[in-house]
Design a protein around this ligand. Structure first.
Ligand code: ZN
Length: 305
């Protein structure tokens, strides 16, 4: 059999580097993640990376099964999808295997029909022995976890299909978006997650709250989200010094709480002024817990227990 471009990465289910392939993640930076929430969809975009497809007009959504312990190079907010939902009914093509000084990447493309923007070789997960394997009976997928596996999906990914949204640490030194000076380098899931939740809660369109669950248990809140909620809560409480003398009714109080969340998410100085409109720290705590508790009502969250 002729050697294929993927032969060097071949696994079977018993390989030490094989991991069962259940979920893929689209990981984004804070601003992009908020836009995804506002749009309700991860929009496919032109391939502008160091890819052989960069001069085509191909639009893709990027996903990967990798979860990195040193942190993600793609940002802090992860949108998880079931792999079988993504791959269902699609053709798989081998794209390329670029190598950087720190990682070996393999890229495959998923297309609903024939892909003709560029000449690519079909990849058959049941028989092409490479970094992606599909066993039949029972049907199980595996990927080579030693590699950076990047999948280019030729479609938008609507959030209705999203299984979970949670927060990851950003890698200390590397970023795939900003080659230099990414402001999120090394930022923890808790810090950026709290800002994300500030923008989410303050924005008032909270239609995806059920997605803040664990990826493997949709009844339970994801730990990274619960920690980010606490960080947001205590971060706001810490700004309370003394009552500014402002007076407001309950309805105005809710509007102030939303403005507080937004100011936190945007790192605005007015956060301090808004927080001190409450007549006591106790009143502020109650208002925060009421607002957060009502949005996250289907989950047990730390600050409300
Ligand atoms: Zn970055």
């Amino acid at each position: 059999m002729a050697t294929k471009p993927w032969s060097a990465y071949g696994i079977d289910q018993d390989s030490a580097t094989a991991e069962e392939f259940k979920y893929v993640y689209h990981v984004a930076h804070l601003e992009d993640a908020i836009r995804i929430i506002e749009d309700g969809v991860i929009r496919a975009s032109l391939v502008f990376d160091d890819s052989i497809l960069k001069n085509t007009r191909t639009c893709v959504s990027w996903v990967s099964p990798n979860t990195w312990s040193p942190g993600s190079i793609y940002g802090n907010v992860a949108f998880a999808f079931r792999w079988k939902d993504i791959v269902k009914g699609k053709r798989i093509y081998w794209v390329e295997d670029p190598k950087t000084n720190r990682q070996q990447i393999v890229r495959l493309l998923l297309s609903e029909g024939k892909f003709s923007d560029y000449k690519l070789e079909r990849y058959h997960a049941e028989k092409s022995r490479g970094p992606l394997v599909c066993n039949l009976d029972p049907k199980r997928w595996y990927f080579n976890a030693q590699l950076t596996n990047e999948y280019m999906v030729l479609q938008d990914l609507p959030l209705e299909k999203c299984r979970a949204i949670n927060f990851w640490k950003h890698h200390d030194r590397y970023c795939s978006k900003e080659k230099v000076g990414c402001p999120y380098l090394g930022k923890s899931q808790k810090i950026v997650g709290a800002r994300f939740l500030g923008l989410y809660l303050g924005g008032g369109r909270v239609n995806y709250t059920s997605r803040f669950s664990r990826v493997d248990n949709t009844e339970e809140i994801d730990e990274s989200v619960d920690e980010a909620i606490s960080h947001l809560y205590w971060g706001i409480i810490s700004k309370f010094q003394r009552h500014s003398g402002a007076r407001f009714n309950m309805e105005e109080g809710r509007a102030i709480i939303r403005s507080i969340f937004l100011a936190y998410g945007l790192k605005k100085k007015r956060l301090h002024t808004l927080v001190n409109m409450f007549h006591s720290e106790e009143a502020l705590r109650t208002a925060l817990k009421t607002e957060i508790g009502s949005v996250f009502k289907d989950f047990d969250i730390g600050i409300c227990s």
